[in-house]
Design a binder for this molecule. Structure first.
Ligand code: ADP
Ligand code: MG
Length: 670
């Protein structure tokens, strides 16, 4: 249907089938159907006008390779100057006295009204104007116009062939669009109503699938809530006596809750929420200690190898003296070592194991695991948590997260989890001073970094990945930054760290940074979670506008972990109001819960990506924060389906089942 060049670009966007294309939804729609009068046009707005061409197209060469084309157009209310660059064909396409529709960005300087590079249609045509136009998230190499054409073709060609995943009774009862109508209208709605109905239907389907999936997990998890009762006194004071600090009141309260759960006959299912730096690790260690002293093995899973190693080292240091054997299992250890570890886990020689998702591999088996802990839960999928717990019999589970989830959502998602909150930071923490700055402050920022480094401190510099899918670009940006900073900070040791490096290299770099053999670490967000280097006092975030607030807060939490005053500098490059507001929130607040709430407030319904940080399956249409009403309806329907057909074997439910399996098949992002 499409030529080879097109196919290549489509593949790059992850589109291989017609089905992929029709399910590649617009990022937003532009209403190009509401025409304005020229006199109404505001500076900076993007608008549609219907006008008559009042002059010939003039051509001005400004440089050898730059020509400007201008024409004057008018309606009853005024004149407008239309401008294009290097588009000579404009001269042939516009006829004096002819009527056209234009759509573009308006510049209004003291009554002189202009539009630069507008798209247009002649007469009554409505190809680029006169209707609601979908705008797609695209990469270089393909224009909106061309891509729109491709989607149009694809959507037409599947009409009459799509099979609906939603059973008919649901569509009838809840007055939902059928799938063909929904697909058509999510791309090419005639009006906002049509779009909303299509969106509702697609969001409903996604949320229904998620609810059904969660129901299945919960069902499995609850078959038998009777678990291990860890009732032998573990003598926790021995462990606590080795700490250079005493637990905060919040930590003590949370420990009491966990302790009670562990003693009880019911198996524990608890979520521990606590802001960055609130001291979750020691709580995890205490739970593991209790399990081991009761004769069971304990597991701690972390989302990155760096974090796993850090936990391993810290825990090892604390419990070694009690004759407890701790090991580390990540993807990159030698085969021989791995075989030994697997053997010793099985025989029970190892008491505590810390690792990455390497722990959920099939060949990892235990003698008698009693507690399973996942740190920074938001990086794992629901499924991975389940697999790990499945490795023991009736194990207690603890999940730790620094990402606050709104309560309504937590109940829906983790209905079977109890929640503990560490709502207090250890004493003596200094506020991290945060500054949001633009390009023009670069030199001052660099001088500031030098000053801190000279006095013996260390710095992180974080660069964004351009797009989640463009990992290589992200790497490139780190490499470029490395060159830049090696030049700017030439008296210091500057190194980089990114997700594409081998785990072993990453560990080495991190170890050197901890040992102060590196002054400045340039990295992607691989250091986002948990990394603990108290001597690091500066966190520079490049292109801060590309990060979510919750993520910025996590990154900022990498500094301010020791006795030194710490700083976070957010470099941003955007004029958008929302970006400005987001930067202000970061400057004003150091409280993860406040930040997360504001983050949700500032998110529009158009943000399909906001859920990523919360460890919830990703949706294309549904937005968990905005669509809670839809979620409630879907939850009801899911319960009904589940009661009738718990294994989803009925023919009308098989497509749903397939989609559930696909949704929970997510990968871990590193
Ligand atoms: P997070 O909750 O972000 O995982 P960590 O467990 O890494 O936080 O703790 C952050 C730092 O605070 C660590 O260096 C840890 O040793 C220290 N810490 C934890 N609890 C206390 C406490 N009660 N008093 C003082 N320092 C503490
Ligand atoms: Mg932590």
């Amino acid at each position: 249907m499409f030529g080879p060049a097109r196919v290549e670009i489509l593949n790059k966007l992850g589109l291989f089938t017609l089905n992929d294309i029709i399910n590649y939804f617009p990022r937003e729609h532009e209403d190009r159907g509401r025409y304005k009068n020229i006199y109404e046009l505001q500076d900076g707005e993007t608008a549609a006008i219907r006008v008559v061409i009042a002059s010939n197209v003039s051509e001005t060469r400004v440089r050898r390779n730059m020509a400007i084309y201008k024409v004057i157009a008018k309606d009853e209310t005024g004149n407008i100057i239309l401008t294009w660059f290097n588009q000579p064909y404009i001269k042939k396409q516009l006829r004096v006295g002819g009527e056209y529709s234009f759509y573009g960005k308006v510049k209004n300087t003291l009554g002189r009204i202009e539009m630069q590079s507008p798209v247009f249609d002649a007469g009554d045509k409505s190809k680029n104007t006169g209707k609601i136009i979908p705008i797609y998230p695209l990469t270089a190499g393909i224009t909106q116009n061309v891509f729109r054409g491709i989607v149009e073709t694809a959507v037409k060609s599947v009409q009459g062939n799509l099979i609906d995943s939603l059973p008919e009774w649901i569509r009838v009862q809840y007055k939902l669009d059928d799938i063909e109508k929904a697909i058509h209208n999510i791309h090419f709605p005639e009006n906002l109503d049509e779009f909303e109905k299509a969106r509702y239907r697609l969001a409903f389907e996604e949320l229904l699938i998620m609810q059904l999936g969660l129901l299945r997990f919960k069902e499995k998890g609850q078959e038998d809530r009777k678990g291990i009762s860890f009732n032998k006194d573990e003598n926790m004071d021995e462990l606590l006596a080795t700490l250079p600090y005493t637990l905060t009141a919040a930590q003590q309260r949370v420990w009491k809750e966990i302790d009670k759960d562990m003693k009880s006959e019911k198996s524990m299912n608890r979520l521990v929420q606590g802001d960055v730096g609130s001291g979750k690790t020691i709580i995890a260690t205490m739970s593991m200690f209790k399990a081991v002293r009761n004769g069971y093995q304990a597991v701690l899973m972390a989302p990155t190898a760096i974090l796993a190693r850090q936990h391993y080292e810290g825990i090892q240091r604390m419990v070694e003296r009690f004759g407890i054997k701790v090991e580390l299992l990540t993807g990159d250890i030698t085969k021989k070592n791995k075989e030994r570890i697997l053997e010793e886990l099985k025989s029970g020689e190892i008491d505590m194991i810390v690792g990455t998702h390497a722990l959920i591999e099939e060949n990892v088996t235990f003698k008698n695991v009693g507690i399973v802990i996942t740190d920074e839960q938001h990086r794992f999928g629901v499924r991975q948590r389940g697999i790990l717990s499945g490795k023991g019999e009736k194990v207690d589970t603890l999940v730790m997260t620094a990402t606050p989830i709104p309560r309504t959502l937590a109940i829906i998602l983790y209905g079977d989890l109890d929640i503990s909150i560490i709502d207090e930071l250890p004493p003596g923490r200094q506020k991290i001073d945060t500054f949001a700055v633009r390009r023009n402050m670069e030199e001052r920022v660099n001088n500031f970094i030098k000053k801190e480094l000279t006095s013996g401190r260390q710095a992180y510099i974080v660069c964004p990945l351009v797009e989640e899918s463009e990992v290589m670009d992200g790497v490139k940006s780190v490499v470029e930054q490395l060159d830049y900073y090696k030049e700017v900070l030439k008296d210091f040791r500057v190194e980089m760290l990114h997700g594409k490096m081998r785990p072993k290299e990453k560990d080495e770099i991190m170890a050197k940074f901890k040992a102060k053999e590196i002054d400045v670490l340039i990295s992607t967000t691989v250091i986002e979670v948990g990394v603990d280097v108290p001597n690091a006092t500066i966190m520079i975030i490049e292109n801060a506008e590309r990060f979510g607030l919750a993520q910025l807060h996590q990154l900022r939490g990498r500094v301010g972990r020791g006795k030194f005053k710490s700083y976070c500098i957010l470099k941003f490059d955007s004029k958008s109001d929302v970006v400005k507001q987001r930067m202000e929130i970061m400057q004003k607040s150091n409280d993860g819960f406040v930040i997360s709430e504001k983050d949700l407030e500032l998110r529009g319904p158009g943000d399909f990506f906001g859920t990523k940080q919360h460890g919830i399956p990703e949706f294309k249409v549904a937005n968990l924060f905005v669509d809670i009403p839809i979620m409630k309806v879907a939850q009801g329907v899911a319960n009904t389906i589940f009661e009738d057909d718990p294994s989803l074997n009925l023919p009308e439910n098989t497509l749903l089942l397939k989609k559930i399996e696909k949704l929970f098949e997510e990968k871990i992002s590193l």
